[in-house]
Design a protein around this ligand. Structure first.
Ligand code: AMP
Length: 223
């Protein structure tokens, strides 16, 4: 099964994808995490990706698509995959359809998360992530704080703030989303696979609630 997480930065794509991975045993694949790992390791890909990420811009399509093509061949994603942060352009979405069609597969569900704009910036600046690359659990210092400040509940790793989670870069990332990624909402709507869910503190519906509903439906064979 192929699930895509869509939505502006700070809507909770990574959080929902993480819960779905736990509940369904599908693999969460985040292109942002792959880039950050390469930045940490100082690879050429990391240097290239970083030059775009610090500005809140997208890494070029050809580079990003190739990463996903390679990742889709790995044995651990064959049962199911949750693509978190890919595709982010129509060209990436078309490339993905072509790759999947060659394998006799298709996108099964596109989960489009929406959050009121005033909540987005607040969520992003209070986001902390576990720096352990095997864990990467996401916290929020206001809504979902760790038991001990700065320490991951799950693995004891150090919690850090992403370099691009500052107010200036966030504004650029939101503008990039509006311009290059938001057309995917109509794109997948047309394909009949779009499901839109609002994640909002105000209405009391958070990522965990959405993941629980969807995992329940999938387990009951409703997809
Ligand atoms: P994320 O962790 O998904 O918020 O991604 C962080 C950053 O990585 C983005 O702001 C982009 O610079 C880059 N990135 C992640 N996924 C993609 C993608 N599918 N296409 C282009 N750039 C990406």
């Amino acid at each position: 099964m192929i699930i895509i997480m869509l939505g502006a930065p700070g809507t909770g794509k990574g959080t929902v994808a993480g819960f779905l991975e736990q509940q369904l045993g599908f693999k969460q694949v985040s292109t942002g995490d792959i880039f950050r790992k390469n930045i940490q390791e100082g690879t050429e890909l990391g240097k290239l990706a970083n030059s775009y990420m610090v500005k809140g811009e997208l890494v070029p399509d050809d580079v990003t698509i190739q990463i996903v093509v390679d990742r889709l061949e790995q044995p651990d994603v064959q049962k199911g995959i949750i693509l978190d942060g890919f595709p982010r352009t129509v060209a990436q979405a078309e490339a993905l359809n072509t790759i999947l069609a060659k394998k006799g597969q298709k996108v099964d569900m596109v989960l489009n998360l929406t959050t009121p704009e005033e909540e987005i910036i607040e969520r992003i600046v209070s986001r902390r992530v576990c720096e352990n690359p095997e864990c990467k659990t996401i916290y929020n210092t206001i809504m979902n704080p760790p038991k001990q400040e700065g320490i991951c509940d799950k693995c004891g790793g150090k919690l850090i703030q992403r370099q691009d989670d500052n107010e200036e870069t966030i504004k650029a990332r939101i503008a990039t989303y509006m311009e290059q990624t938001s057309p995917l909402v109509a794109y997948y709507q047309k394909q009949g696979v779009l499901r839109t869910e609002e994640v909002s503190q105000r209405i009391g519906r958070l990522g965990k609630d959405i993941a629980d509903d969807i995992a329940g439906e999938i387990k009951n064979g409703n997809h």
